[in-house]
Design a protein around this ligand. Structure first.
Ligand code: ATP
Length: 898
């Protein structure tokens, strides 16, 4: 279909829709059924059977299976079946872990899925992009990603970047009113917009002509590159480490086997023991548990309103040293209220708080009638006209940019509504606001055919475009004296932390044409200023303090005036006495190198354009910082991408910013960044916790066998016991550690270095020493039992098996803290307690349940034997806790005597 040749009415007929009310919900539902969801088909997911079978592709598991088969052929049916069963259960566990990880990642993707605004039954609603159907009317503005193929009905200064489709990275101008005939290439279809392209400026409304795989993007969907890898740096490092660990485990296992055979053990037993040991010692579950810990941590973050888009950023969060945050809406509440107004020589106060629609105008505590104050009325009127926000009087529904909402409300307080004003002033053309120009203008026509440009924007910018000023209700020349007065007022308002908006206008001459914002916004007459408060978020103040304690600097980056920015920064306690405030124009004049030399002292960047943000990120990074940077607009995207952690806004942000970011704040709140950092740090610590636990356990297992062989003792553990230990202790307790809560001082430590290795901060030593002790106590328990009664090897093996399991299950509590087992309540993690209790229950079952005894080579233990088991198993953890306490007391005494 050549939709670009259709007129609006033809489209309405062809697509059976209504241009003023859109589709009805019933129609939309039916079409969704007929056409299917508006989605590009995803890559097929692996079938569950393949995922399950892939659990057994591990080389050592295959060797084990073959070995078991051999033992089965040799007549050891019990052993063979039991080992097969354990391998099978292990496979199921791996499968469940992998599926869970995959599902969580899928859920994450869903969360950040795009939304669009559609007109249904006469009302504009925001719905998921996948629910859009042909015939829907959708609207969009700068920063949005177009959700379907559409034919434009309305457009204002619209340009769209279509590189995903045409390869052309320079945005194309779009115009709803261009009429086209014949064959046109995609790039030339000026009145069409296509799914997946980005609106870089302006806004538009269009009718959806095709959705999902029928769109132009759908036709080339198979050409699109797949998603970037989701592995985090730690996962990559662990993968490499895993390979080394396999070699180490194999070498040690081989050593055990060789020593065993030299000491006279028979080859078959040692072979099976060796393979089982290798299977147990190789931490094959590690990557899956890391993914689960990451995915569960990320879900916890979602509950704290931070949505992670790129998994690797979870780790980077813990390394952040600087957070650069937007002011408006993130550090402040974005509930703007005009409280002061000024026009040439006169000033007024406005009462009312928040988005409350009632309030009065006073001057020197005298109530003012706006009708009797022409300058005030004009200031309010133009603030309302040059405005894209809307307030529905019937439903009280407020839509739009809070700055503009504040201006609308100020107008309403004087009885000036947009609906009534647009009857006198027809809006002909609009030059939308952007953060570079810091202005917005409309071209209006009055009933007597007079045309005006009405402009509002940052006061210093408007001032620089103004030749005249309204002074005592009369248009006068803008001389230096008056200019000083304006500056003085801006500063006064700024000192009170008010954001200021200036309003100006120009009457157009007969026949004068304006086609660009630049042409429109010159030679203005300044009418006056409106000052609005936007109170800091109380939780932001707390979070900034927390970040300071956590060694993270917070920096405000704002488009607002320097005086306002400084005042708000002071209210937020984020500007120390020595802290500098830098303005956008100073920043623009500096090279990145010059900025590097001062950037560490700067806490506030004021009147900056989004393009400056990139420079700030670069300078900070060159100084060795790990930078988190927030942004919401199209032009913020490069800085968001360049930052180590790009953060975008879920409520107010644009799709472009969101897609460039690695973290989305669903409540746009600074406090959420702090929570995300805390969770990020905790996730990393949890990963360290179970790495420590798993590897120490493995070291213990190998050493028990090695010690036994060196001491010419018989095998302390039979293969099935080794595999059981691997299954039970590597499973639930390790997972429970992965979702442990944060240690209370997690936000009191300095940020982690990005180059920090997995085993840093003493983790390697802890693994080896704890593993060694676990091995030693187990072999001692075994030796005691064996020498007591050498005839009863099964008894000694049951004791060794129980000691090893119990030592690991006691040690798991020690892993909760970097310091010692008693540093925090060892039973504070209910999942861990349950995991340990169920592991103990399983141990008791295999020891006491008669049918299982021959399979697991166990016998029932009596109380005396249990005392030996528990005494030995507890020794490593309690001895270490004791020595920790002893060391601390010694240190305290030392400090005291000093
Ligand atoms: P940030 O969100 O980065 O903290 P900001 O929202 O204050 O900063 P901008 O939106 O770029 O930054 O606004 C810069 C200046 O432009 C404001 O200080 C204000 O004077 C003016 N301004 C803001 N919004 C509008 C608007 N809708 N129309 C006209 N001028 C505006």
């Amino acid at each position: 279909m050549k939709w670009y040749t259709f007129s609006a009415n033809e489209l309405e007929n062809e697509l059976q829709t209504n241009l003023s009310t859109g589709l009805t919900e019933k129609q939309a539902k039916k079409r969704l059924n007929d056409y299917g969801p508006n989605e590009l088909q995803q890559e097929e997911r692996l079938s569950p059977i393949i995922v399950f079978l892939s659990q057994f592709k591990d080389f050592m598991v295959l060797v084990l299976l073959v070995a078991t088969l051999i033992s089965g052929i040799l007549g050891e049916y019990m052993d063979a079946i039991a080992i097969m069963l354990i391998v099978f259960v292990n496979g199921i566990l791996g499968y469940v872990q992998e599926r869970k990880a995959e599902r969580s990642l899928h859920a994450l993707k869903q969360l950040s899925s795009p939304k669009v605004q559609v007109l249904r039954q006469g009302e504009w609603n925001t719905i998921l992009s996948k629910e859009v159907v042909p015939g829907d009317m959708i609207r969009f503005s700068a920063g949005d990603r177009i959700g379907a193929d559409i034919r434009l009905i309305e457009s204002k200064s619209l340009s769209v970047e279509e590189s995903a489709l045409t390869g052309e990275s320079i945005p194309s101008q779009k115009n709803a009113h261009t009429s086209l005939q014949g064959d046109q290439s995609l790039g030339d279809q000026e009145n069409m917009c296509f799914m997946g392209t980005m609106v870089t400026s302006g806004r538009g409304v269009g009718i959806v002509v095709s959705t999902g795989m029928n769109t132009e993007m759908g036709k080339i969907a198979h050409l699109l590159t797949s998603e970037e890898g989701l592995q985090t740096p730690l996962q990559k490092r662990l993968e490499q480490l895993g390979k080394i660990l396999i070699l180490v485990a194999l070498a040690l296992t081989a050593l055990v086997v060789v020593v065993g055979v030299l000491q006279g053990q028979d080859l078959y037993t040692m072979f099976l023991a060796g393979v089982s040991l290798a299977v147990a010692a190789i931490p094959e579950g590690l990557p899956a548990i890391v993914t689960i810990a990451l995915a569960l941590g990320v879900q916890k973050m979602i509950r704290r309103r931070a949505i992670v888009r790129k998994l690797p950023s979870v780790e980077t969060l813990g390394c952040a040293t600087v957070i650069c945050s937007d002011k408006t809406g993130t550090l402040t509440q974005n509930k703007m209220t005009v409280t002061e107004m000024w026009s040439g020589g006169k000033s007024w106060k406005v009462s009312g708080t928040g988005f409350d629609l009632t309030g009065d105008f006073t001057t020197n505590n005298q109530l003012i009638d706006v009708e009797q104050s022409p300058a005030l009325k004009q200031l309010l009127t133009f603030g309302v006209l040059c405005n894209n926000a809307s307030i529905s009087r019937s439903t009280n529904d407020i839509q739009g940019d809070p700055t503009e909402v504040a201006l609308l409300i100020a107008g309403l307080k004087a009885g000036l509504s947009k609906e009534s004003l647009t009857q006198t002033y027809e809006i002909i053309e609009e030059f939308p606001f952007d953060s570079e120009r810091k202005m917005m203008s409309v071209l209006v026509k009055t009933s007597d055919h007079q045309r005006y440009i009405v402009t509002k924007g940052a006061p210093d910018v408007i001032l620089s475009r103004s030749e005249r000023i309204l002074w005592n209700d009369r248009s006068s020349i803008m001389d230096d004296h008056r200019k000083r007065d304006v500056h003085h007022t801006i500063e006064n308002m700024g000192n009170k932390a008010l954001r200021t908006i200036a309003v100006g206008y120009r009457a157009l001459k007969n026949g004068e044409q304006v086609s660009t914002a630049f042409e429109a916004e010159t030679n203005l007459t300044l009418i006056g200023l409106q000052g609005m408060i936007d109170p800091p978020r109380p939780e932001a103040i707390e979070s900034i303090q927390d970040c300071q304690q956590a060694g993270i600097k917070t920096v405000m980056i704002t488009g607002d005036h320097i005086v306002t920015a400084r005042a708000i920064a002071q209210q937020l306690n984020m500007l120390p006495d020595h802290g500098k405030v830098l303005e956008g124009n100073e920043l623009a004049a500096m090279s990145v190198e010059e900025l590097e030399s001062v950037v560490d002292e700067v806490y506030v960047f004021a009147r900056v354009s989004p393009e400056h943000k990139l420079k700030i990120v670069k300078a900070l990074q060159n100084n060795g910082h790990i930078v988190a940077m927030t942004g919401d607009g199209v032009n913020d995207a490069p800085a968001i991408k360049a930052a180590n952690i790009g953060i975008s806004m879920g409520k107010s942000g644009t799709d472009v910013a969101r897609e460039a970011s690695s973290l989305i704040l669903s409540d746009d709140n600074f406090a959420t960044i702090r929570s995300a950092i805390e969770e990020g740090r905790n996730i990393y610590e949890n990963i360290r916790k179970f790495i420590r636990y798993l590897l120490a356990s493995n070291v213990g297992e190998i050493l028990v066998m090695l010690f036994a062989m060196l001491m010419s003792l018989p095998l302390p553990l039979v293969p099935i016991q080794i595999l059981w230990v691997n299954l039970v202790t590597d499973g639930l307790p390790a997972m429970a550690l992965g979702i442990d809560s944060a240690e209370e001082d997690v936000m009191k430590r300095s940020p982690r270095g990005t180059t920090e290795g997995v085993f840093s901060r003493g983790l390697g030593w802890k693994i080896i020493s704890r593993g060694f002790l676990i091995g030693v106590v187990t072999i001692i328990a075994f030796a005691i039992a064996y020498y007591e009664n050498p005839e009863n090897l099964v008894r000694a093996q049951t004791i060794a098996f129980s000691t090893l399991v119990m030592a690991q299950l006691i040690h798991v509590f020690d892993c909760r803290s970097e310091k010692s087992v008693f540093h925090r309540n060892p039973f504070g993690n209910i999942y861990l307690v349950l995991a340990v209790l169920s592991s103990i229950a399983l141990l008791i079952v295999v020891i006491y349940y008669p049918p299982l005894q021959p399979i697991f080579h166990t016998i029932s233990l009596n109380v005396r034997e249990w005392m030996l088991v528990i005494g030995m198993a507890g020794l490593p953890t309690f001895a270490l806790a004791g020595s920790h306490i002893f060391n601390q007391t010694k240190q305290a005494k030392y400090k005291f005597t000093k």
